[in-house]
Design a protein around this ligand. Structure first.
Ligand code: ADP
Ligand code: NI
Length: 208
């Protein structure tokens, strides 16, 4: 298969594997992350562009939040796809990047500093902040039937809420960016989160 055909079949595989996911993890997420990752790598030349596109296309196909089957089975299906597509040479590197990116930086596995992982991770995280990130967070919160905001709970925050998720994760992402381009792009998106929260509390507390 030519590289063009392999990319096409990876697109088809991702679309099919992600069909049941929430719309924050749909095909458009992959397209956005692809544009971000390609942009970062064009600026900084950190990893092989073809391997990067493959990693972006496949990065959410084994997400445990959406896999009816367990995550290991998701990885197994992914590996089988890569073997069928003749991607033997890059399997280990791509699997390493995908496993690390989906662990949301808690557990690290294998090489946590591979440039492929750093570019993929920055691009994926950029899509979790800014205007798109806010849309995705509320969409995911709705998918989980979580409350938007639980004011009395802010101190201890035991009840999951989408505003709570801003503090748990979204506001931290700017400082976790690894590439210079990722850091630069995160600034404006981070500021948008802060402005959004200010407006949210102003509207919420109206008249108090
Ligand atoms: P990652 O891409 O690091 O694996 P996730 O898959 O956990 O991140 O999250 C994907 C999207 O869903 C992100 O935009 C994230 O902010 C959002 N999300 C995840 N958990 C929650 C939550 N508890 N409440 C609201 N949004 C969430
Ligand atoms: Ni993703």
């Amino acid at each position: 298969m030519s590289r063009k055909d392999i990319l096409k079949s990876a697109e088809e595989f991702a679309k099919q594997r992600m069909a049941g996911f929430d719309s924050g993890h749909d095909w458009y997420h992959i397209e956005r992350v692809r544009r971000l990752a390609v942009y970062i790598n064009t600026k900084e030349n950190l990893c092989d562009p073809f391997t990067l596109e493959i990693a972006v296309l496949l990065h959410d196909t084994a997400d445990s939040k959406f896999n009816k089957d367990d995550q290991d089975n998701g990885y197994k299906i992914l590996k089988e796809f890569m073997l069928r597509a003749g991607l033997n040479e890059i399997i280990d590197q791509v699997m390493n990047a995908i496993k690390n990116v989906s662990f949301s930086n808690k557990k690290s596995y294998g090489d946590a500093n591979d440039p492929l992982l750093l570019v993929l991770q920055d691009a994926d995280r950029l899509d979790a902040i800014g205007a798109i990130g806010i849309a995705r967070a509320f969409n995911y919160g709705g998918f989980r039937n979580n409350p938007i905001y639980v004011p009395a709970d802010l101190a201890g925050r035991h009840t999951p809420s989408t505003i709570g998720h801003f503090y748990d994760k979204l506001l931290k992402l700017k400082d976790l960016m690894k590439t210079n381009t990722g850091k630069r792009l995160a600034e404006e998106r981070h500021l948008f989160l802060e402005n959004y929260l200010n407006q949210f509390y102003t509207d919420w507390e109206f008249g108090i």
